[in-house]
Ligand binder design. Structure first.
Ligand SMILES: Nc1ncnc2c1ncn2[C@@H]1O[C@H](COP(=O)(O)OP(=O)(O)O)[C@@H](O)[C@H]1O
Ligand SMILES: [Mg+2]
Length: 136
């Protein structure tokens, strides 16, 4: 994290079909940030909270089953997105109109030969800095 201060409070959205590899990517990212143990998919709970050893809060969302707009307020999602920490979201399009603009969009596509094509797209100046740092 020390080398990537922009990551700490950013919102990264993961786009791609079922099975594209969104959850797998999040698991690898969380492991790289030092999160240990089993990383559950938030498919049923919508959000799984994590913390890195250095104290960074990470919220991993999966909005695939998100349908009740009241849940956005009632479950505290608005507060999580407004607060500090790293937010990662699968199926952000299912929360369109509520979810904020993503700093970074990661679009994953599974190809017929089992390889993945990944497109990274910055949505904010913070996201553009993240991309520059990642590619430096
Ligand atoms: N980069 C990858 N290369 C090959 N297989 C992958 C890759 N990413 C994920 N998979 C496999 O694809 C399947 C679905 O992955 P998952 O991360 O659950 O997808 P999603 O969250 O996008 O629905 C899993 O069996 C996983 O092991
Ligand atoms: Mg998933």
């Amino acid at each position: 994290m020390g080398s990537q201060p922009d990551l700490a409070d950013s919102f990264i959205a993961l786009h791609g079909d079922l099975g594209a590899g969104k959850t797998t990517f999040v698991r690898h990212l969380l492991h790289a940030l030092g999160v240990r143990g089993r990383i559950k998919s938030p498919t049923y709970a919508v959000v799984e909270p994590h913390a890195t050893p250095s104290g960074l809060a990470v919220h991993h969302f999966d909005f695939y089953r998100f349908s009740d707009p009241r849940e956005w307020e009632d479950a505290g999602f608005r507060d999580i997105f407004a607060g500090p920490g790293l937010k990662l979201a699968e199926w952000p399009e299912k929360a369109a109109g509520r979810i904020p603009l993503e700093d970074l969009a990661i679009k994953i596509e599974a190809m017929s030969d089992e390889t993945r094509t990944v497109i990274l797209q910055a949505g904010t100046p913070r996201g553009a800095r993240l991309l520059r740092e990642a590619l430096a």
